[in-house]
Design a protein around this ligand. Sequence first.
Ligand code: PMV
Length: 289
Amino acid sequence: MTHVGYAPGKLLLSGEHSVVYGHPAIALPVSLGVSVYLEPTDRPLELPNIDPRLSAAWRSVLPSFGYRVRIETNLPIGKGMGSSAALSIATLRALASAKGFTPTFAWLYEKGFEIETHFHGNPSGVDHALCAMEQSLWYEKDGPKLEPFGIPTLRLLIMDSGTKGNTGELVAGVRARHPQNESILDKIGDLTQEIGHTLKAPHPDMKHLGSLLHQNHIQLQALGVSTPTLDHLVDTAIKAGAYGAKLSGAGGGGIALALVENSEPIADAIQKIGYDCFTIETHTPKESL
Ligand code: PMV
């Protein structure tokens, strides 16, 4: 019998990189995700040839005999939308199904951490915590502190820079420039706190939120994880009328997000300069959290 596990991708609204140093991050699930199928065979473990780090991660948790792994995904891979964490958690859910138990959050979080370290040595844990919880999250690495974080409906334009960033290398680069970059990380921490307060207001001020997201991008630029293309996408979106925009995820490529009222003119501007984009809306009801 084939066993399947699913996990959604994520967006980091704020707190990438600074979360590795104990500051908070706000992460949102998206309706795109990854399914991992474990198909029974009578041969040694067969893996799709995607990435050697992924193969090592799979070999570390799956039985060495009796399954072929197949994946289906509509989540852009390696673009800062948490694809490695989604693959990890989806694999663990398929494995739990094969072993006949219902995975707890604690098991997914602990095992997910082990798998994520194959991708980048020092993960904060926010990506796979979000994948395992499947709801918007306020996350702090120390503890860890994980709080469901209800947010209002936000319309976000996701803009694809067309290249992939290497999370492990980017995190290591920030570490190599530490502690000289500490004040930048602190500023991102403060901005995340203010973004959190703004989102919790009864009627969040979108202009203010957009400005905070843009300030966050400027700090990520100063941290050295943006690229000229990401900067161009952010500037183009703001000039076309977005409330604000920032890179999202580790940077070095991947995606940027823009907070928008009406995505059409902004999507047109992004497509005119030659980049793909799509709109998503967040849907976490405040009352339920
Ligand atoms: O690019 P992604 O989706 O892997 O996001 C990484 C987020 C970082 O803060 C840069 C790293 C981490 O472990 O939190």
